[in-house]
Design a protein around this ligand. Structure first.
Ligand code: HEM
Length: 164
């Protein structure tokens, strides 16, 4: 059955809006990729004790907002993906691609609190007594950037097999 021709009883949540939602999910993921990579590039300065406070604050906040938006858009696409892409196609013809989606989704959930923390703490670890926490912030920034890079690349690969 072609993916767009579904009987009315097979409609999923926001089925009619799936294409614009996928485009928005993608655009938000691109903003997230840029901001998380730029934040990571500020970490050597933070670790040297020469924080670029303004940049850290801006990138941190953009990461937190773009991550939340990307995550929310992915969540509203999920019911359509689960039935029309996964159940009707990927699980039958490309189960490994389904597995990659599970890893993408689980990593995104694990890194969500870290991304929010990057926004809350960005540009705030400037006092000398904050020094022990700087490597923790830098590690969180690295982890979030790695997850985002993995999720963007795997998301495009998954959608290349069949998109919502
Ligand atoms: C760090 C967070 C995430 C990033 C960076 C990300 C990125 C992406 C990208 C780049 C695509 C491909 C879009 C395209 O080619 O047009 C995609 C597809 C998708 N993502 Fe995400 N995503 C994230 C989290 C999530 C989460 C948490 C969910 C679900 C709860 C989700 C659900 C989906 C779905 C359903 C698709 C479409 C797959 C298809 O049509 O075959 N995403 N994602």
């Amino acid at each position: 059955m072609p993916p767009c021709e579904v009987p009315p009883e097979a409609m999923t949540f926001l089925y009619g809006a799936r294409k614009p939602l996928l485009v928005l999910h993608f655009l938000s993921a691109v903003a997230l990729l840029g901001s998380s990579t730029h934040l990571l590039l500020q970490m050597p300065a933070l670790l040297r004790g020469a924080s670029r406070v303004r940049l850290e604050r801006i990138y941190g906040r953009v990461v937190a907002c773009a991550y939340s938006l990307t995550y929310a858009l992915g969540a509203v696409l999920y019911p359509t993906y689960r039935y029309h892409v996964r159940a009707l196609y990927l699980d039958q013809h490309h189960p490994m691609v389904s597995n990659v989606f599970d890893i993408k989704e689980n990593l995104a959930t694990i890194a969500l609190p870290l991304a929010l923390a990057l926004g809350a703490l960005g540009g705030r670890l400037t006092d000398p007594e904050d020094r022990p926490y700087r490597p923790v912030y830098a590690s969180m920034s690295l982890l979030v950037a790695l997850v985002v890079w993995f999720d963007v690349v795997s998301g495009v690969v998954i959608a290349s097999y069949r998109a919502v």
